[in-house]
Design a protein around this ligand. Sequence first.
Ligand SMILES: *[C@@H]1O[C@H](CO)[C@@H](O)[C@H](O)[C@H]1NC(C)=O
Ligand SMILES: *[C@@H]1O[C@H](CO)[C@@H](O)[C@H](O)[C@H]1NC(C)=O
Ligand SMILES: *[C@@H]1O[C@H](CO)[C@@H](O)[C@H](O)[C@H]1NC(C)=O
Ligand SMILES: *[C@@H]1O[C@H](CO)[C@@H](O)[C@H](O)[C@H]1NC(C)=O
Ligand SMILES: *[C@@H]1O[C@H](CO)[C@@H](O)[C@H](O)[C@H]1NC(C)=O
Ligand SMILES: *[C@@H]1O[C@H](CO)[C@@H](O)[C@H](O)[C@H]1NC(C)=O
Ligand SMILES: *[C@@H]1O[C@H](CO)[C@@H](O)[C@H](O)[C@H]1NC(C)=O
Length: 416
Amino acid sequence: MDIRCSFQTLVAVLVAALVVGAIYLTAESGYLVQEDEGGKLDQTTAGNSTLSETTKNSVGRCDLFSGKWVYDNESYPLYKEEECSFMSDQLACGKFGRNDLDYQHWRWQPHHCDLPRFNATALLERLRNKRLVFVGDSLNRGQWVSMVCLLDKAIPKGRKYMHNNGSSLITFKAKDYNAKIEFYWAPLLVESNSDDPVSHRLPERIVRAQAIEKHARHWTDADVLVFNTYLWWRRPQMDVLWGSFNSTDGIYKKVEMLRIYEMALKTWSDWLEIHVNRTKSQLFFMTMSPTHERAEEWGKSVGENCYNETEQITEEGYRGRGTDPKMMRIVENTIEELQKRGLNVEMINITQLTEYRKEGHPSIYRKQWEPLTQEQISNPIGYSDCIHWCLPGVPDVWNELLYAHILNFVPYFNIA
Ligand SMILES: *[C@@H]1O[C@H](CO)[C@@H](O)[C@H](O)[C@H]1NC(C)=O
Ligand SMILES: *[C@@H]1O[C@H](CO)[C@@H](O)[C@H](O)[C@H]1NC(C)=O
Ligand SMILES: *[C@@H]1O[C@H](CO)[C@@H](O)[C@H](O)[C@H]1NC(C)=O
Ligand SMILES: *[C@@H]1O[C@H](CO)[C@@H](O)[C@H](O)[C@H]1NC(C)=O
Ligand SMILES: *[C@@H]1O[C@H](CO)[C@@H](O)[C@H](O)[C@H]1NC(C)=O
Ligand SMILES: *[C@@H]1O[C@H](CO)[C@@H](O)[C@H](O)[C@H]1NC(C)=O
Ligand SMILES: *[C@@H]1O[C@H](CO)[C@@H](O)[C@H](O)[C@H]1NC(C)=O
């Protein structure tokens, strides 16, 4: 029926015929998995096969998240900053004065296969008469902008529109495909006092960890859902509210962050289990996007950050303190549990590959919320944004990874 099915059939036949070994078919996901001896796998569906010596008898799905960045100024960027009609001023680093544009020219090269090339038309065909909704915080919004820019070129003028009336939902529509690519603001996924899409910067974080319907009713029927939630949780504890925000008898309690994070993801996954049509909906969870706010983590002085960085971190497997492995663990468990319960959900593991990209943040090259004071201007480190990502840039690659999963184009390893 779809490409994945035919891949699976093909792989299954090859397995039955040729491979003797510890192969098993996981009941939940239907993916073929095999422990291989050399730890190296080969693929035949894309790219150069240079690994064939070490990869005989290997079958499985390529791990797209393990790889390296390769400088590629011919194919990248995938679109030009100034040519994207829907670019955001918070991410348009070139427009705001950034001159070193190397950050736009990097391709992600998985170790054991090639990333399928992004084809805007193919994705629009897949989304015909459908809704793709990104749900989460400003990082997810950045990824949504990137997705819109990736599709923009393939849609003629006048055949697309953007609807943003200040509510939590922003809609981009490709008219000829009747396809919607939307963003829904819910930085903690569950209800919180930061739910206003514009004014949400509040000193105290209050979370209704058991309540998600207010948001979820806007996206439950979507065909493809892409979630994230991480940054807004970065504090040791928060207020959890039992009861509603406007009732007078609500109960507030300070709870340790990891516990509320777990509670919130439980609320989220329970909602999905009950309300999402599992034959129709494809669900994705983007893992943590690392921040680069402490330059001492990569060998520079205390007090510095991503400001003035033009090069990547080259240490393989580098992990800074801009991510939280305990939160990653909670996400992993939640997703595994949902898969066991039969939902079509996958984790898009961007954390490691993004760790290397300390040079990809806007730093000072973005629109500021408020005019800068003389004092701020004299200390650029102090107002550098080391959280979000310039476009074109890193989120385009996140979307290439997402694209491969939406279309089930993730290459299968095969028998060499
Ligand atoms: C994410 O990908 C990296 C790189 O392949 C890997 O080291 C890490 O274990 C992965 N994390 C999860 C939770 O799958
Ligand atoms: C691309 O990079 C290569 C190697 O750094 C360089 O020789 C070439 O001039 C660059 N091309 C463009 C169009 O920038
Ligand atoms: C992109 O996808 C469309 C629709 O599936 C296909 O017709 C076209 O040949 C593809 N383009 C490339 C460059 O692969
Ligand atoms: C924005 O549009 C949505 C959908 O069309 C509508 O439900 C909502 O009431 C509108 N919000 C405002 C603030 O106009
Ligand atoms: C809380 O306020 C919302 C609108 O702001 C309203 O729809 C809801 O009924 C209120 N709930 C209670 C318990 O007062
Ligand atoms: C779920 O989605 C499938 C495919 O779109 C559809 O045929 C089916 O009627 C849906 N089920 C429900 C309960 O809406
Ligand atoms: C920025 O980096 C350049 C080159 O690495 C260096 O010469 C300059 O002093 C740095 N500026 C600041 C303010 O750190």
